[in-house]
Design a protein around this ligand. Structure first.
Ligand code: HAM
Length: 423
């Protein structure tokens, strides 16, 4: 027999844990929709060229993409991130700008799987296309910041950088390239061989030799042209005005090639440093054009939902016990089962959350299921109750055998349940 298990780097998210996902997704949706963002559901796979635009020099594209050829010979890839698909959708449909979008969807990267690093992870993100206003950078960052705060996460820090634009980046790139050439023998094997691809990638390298060799590398912030410097000043001013704390990190280059100007990352210091990035984003003012659209600025973020929940665990917030859905009523029937069937249906259509036992189990086993279900009340129908057209209500949270049991007429049951459950 083959082993039927989840593939490496993937996992099942099951009850009660999945209840936290429901809460997380609902909060994210509510927060971004309250700010005027609309949901985009794009395909899980695209023509591979869509993602190649993310950057030929990035690990995400070079090494980690789930790429395949379909039966029609088309070259496709599972989405490794959300931005490229939104930009492709913009170019394809040309909605009016500013186009404010959000998504919450799985992404796929063939990474070395470990705690907090998965081959299928889930991102909640926003992308705004068609506005170059620094205030939209501030809005996007503030949305992510408020989302983390709404979960009661306290140990999240924001790092900020600017990567310049087509005017000043080449100047910086040349300066950094020259600096790195002078340090070439000190770089890691990979970057020594691929320095020309994109010297900025070296700043993102976590290998100790690259970190040491670039400690005194020139910073993009010192090379910003006046337009980029002004933009960045206005972003910082906006964040200060909204009392969102940040630290400047001139080494923050992010994992994709499409960024320009503002870039940012959120780190959860309660998590281990290799996997503590819980979200990141920035501007990508050239990407729409690269995909064949008109010149259109863009900015957005992707929040790693899996890691956000790990950060919640590490900080002891949003516990499963606080969010798992509770039943109102569990129906126990040892008078044949048809009463349970009909009553369950009736109570559900009256708005109660109701479950029952099946398979004619013994009263003891049904009451055990009622206890395990977490329901507030058990409704017991034995032969006596059935004959008198009554139901016994048992409060499952009251202590002691026989505590708080009461028989009520079937006709009065809905009103009595409403009273007890304060609906
Ligand atoms: P990213 O930094 O590659 O950016 O991913 C965003 C977040 O997704 C990360 O901060 C992390 O929390 C989570 N993440 C990424 N890979 C994994 C993984 N293998 N396992 C678990 N979590 C992971 C982007 O993807 C950009 N599209 C963000 C963006 C949107 N930039 C502009 N707009």
């Amino acid at each position: 027999m083959p082993e039927f298990r989840t593939p490496n780097g993937t996992r099942d998210i099951m009850p009660p844990e999945s209840a936290r996902w429901e809460v997380l997704l609902a909060r994210f949706a509510a927060a971004v929709e309250a700010a005027g963002y609309g949901l985009v559901i794009s395909p899980m796979f695209e023509n591979v060229e869509v993602f190649q635009r993310v950057g030929a020099s990035t690990d995400v594209v070079r090494k980690e993409m789930y790429q395949f050829t379909d039966k029609g010979g088309r070259s496709l890839a599972l989405r490794p991130e959300g931005t490229a698909s939104i930009v492709r959708a913009f170019v394809q449909h040309r909605p009016p700008t500013p186009w404010k979008t959000w998504y919450a969807a799985p992404s796929f990267r063939y990474e070395h799987a470990q705690a907090g690093r998965y081959r299928q992870h889930h991102q909640g993100g926003v992308e705004v296309l068609g506005s170059a206003d620094p205030d939209i950078d501030v809005e996007v960052i503030a949305l992510a910041w408020s989302f983390f705060a709404s979960l009661d996460l306290r140990l999240v820090t924001l790092r900020l950088n600017s990567l310049g634009d087509a005017t000043c980046r080449p100047v910086y790139r040349a300066a950094l390239g020259a600096f790195l050439q002078s340090r070439l023998p000190l770089l890691c094997d990979d970057h020594r061989a691929r320095l020309e691809d994109n010297p900025l990638r070296v700043l993102d390298c976590k290998k100790p030799e690259c970190v040491a060799a670039t400690a005194d590398a020139p910073h993009q912030l010192d090379f910003l042209c006046s337009a980029c410097a002004l933009h960045f000043d206005r972003v910082m001013l906006g964040l200060r005005s909204l009392a969102i704390p940040f630290v400047l990190d001139p080494r923050l280059v992010r994992g994709m090639d499409y960024y320009s100007r503002t870039t940012f990352e959120f780190a959860a210091s309660a998590l281990e440093s290799a996997q503590n990035a819980v979200g990141g984003g920035g501007r990508y003012d050239g990407l729409v054009e690269e995909m064949g659209g008109p010149p259109t600025p863009g900015v957005g973020f992707g929040i790693g939902l899996d890691r956000t929940l790990l950060a919640c665990d590490a900080e002891g917030v949003l516990p499963v016990s606080a969010v798992a859905p509770r039943l109102d009523v569990f129906v126990v029937d040892f008078a044949g089962g048809s009463a349970a069937r009909d009553l369950t249906f009736l109570l559900r259509s009256s708005g109660f959350r109701v479950d029952r036992a099946f398979d004619g189990r013994s009263p003891k086993s049904q009451l055990k299921s009622a206890d395990r279900s977490g329901a507030r009340l058990a409704l017991i129908i034995g032969p006596d109750e059935a004959a008198a057209d009554q139901v016994t209500i048992k409060d499952l949270r009251a202590a002691g055998p026989g505590a708080s049991q009461e028989r009520v007429d079937r006709a009065l049951l809905v009103a009595e349940l409403r009273r007890r459950l304060l609906l």
